[in-house]
Design a protein around this ligand. Structure first.
Ligand code: MN
Length: 245
């Protein structure tokens, strides 16, 4: 019954498959993926489908999945001439973010599958605020935590209800001195760990050298950064063992 966390696979199916081989995911295990499965690499849509249909994998939304969702919603709105300015912004934003392969493969899907995929993206959790493993409490999110909601899992619709923008959870860069969620260890992707420790690039970073004591752990080791040192990391929460491929 192990619990694993990885993040920012960015369309690299080869790395993901190599990692699954490495960790030997068992039937009772859970794998949390903290967003940004698509874009940059070429297999984003295939990865999305694989992960969304896998009963043991829980995908959280990253800023790239959010941009994709907003992009196709904007295209639909433009057809009816609605929300012109915001819609154009959403279209340009995803187009500036390495979406070529994702767009190409999404266009090849039958209409019904496209709609189902977008519905699925809309329902993705933004944060798991209390994952308990061996008595330790973890807060899992793509970019940053949020104190607005006192619930275990946060969704887009929670933000819609209070008319707030979810972008801090998806886009923020957390600083080492920033406040942390009380009684939790925060685990996040999005900001490549090189940003926190440039002397030791492409390793998991934490605010304490012992992962067993850390309150803040960054796990995006830049696997899509396109150089031979960048890696995909996976952290097992039961014993804080780290795997790289
Ligand atoms: Mn990101």
């Amino acid at each position: 019954m192990a619990t694993y966390v990885m993040s920012d696979i960015h369309g690299l199916q080869g790395r993901f498959t190599a990692m699954l081989d490495r960790i030997h995911l068992q039937e009772e295990d859970t794998l949390f993926i903290l967003g940004d499965v698509i874009d940059r690499g070429s297999d984003g849509i295939a990865l999305l489908k694989q992960i969304l249909h896998h009963p043991q994998m829980i995908l959280l939304m990253g800023n790239h999945e959010f941009m994709m969702l907003e992009y196709y919603e904007a295209l639909a709105k433009l057809r009816y001439g609605r929300d012109l300015f915001h819609s154009m912004e959403c279209i340009y934003r995803w187009d500036r973010n390495h979406n070529d392969a994702t767009k190409r493969d999404f266009a090849k899907l039958p209409r019904g599958e496209q709609r189902a995929l977008l519905d699925h993206l809309r329902e993705l959790p933004l944060a798991y605020c209390d994952v308990q493993v061996k008595g330790r409490h973890f807060y899992l999110v793509h970019a940053n935590w949020d104190s607005t909601f006192q619930k275990e899992v946060i969704y887009l619709k929670d933000f819609a209800k209070v008319k707030r923008d979810p972008s801090s959870l998806l886009w923020d860069r957390i600083g080492e001195q920033d406040p942390l969620p009380p009684q939790r260890t925060l685990i996040f992707g999005h900001t490549i760990t090189f940003f926190y420790h440039s002397q030791q690039p492409y390793q998991i970073w934490s605010n304490d050298c012992a992962l067993s004591e850390a309150k803040m752990i960054a796990i995006d080791c830049g696997c899509a950064a396109n150089n031979e040192h960048s890696r995909l990391a996976c952290l097992r929460l039961d014993d804080m063992e780290v795997f790289y491929v």
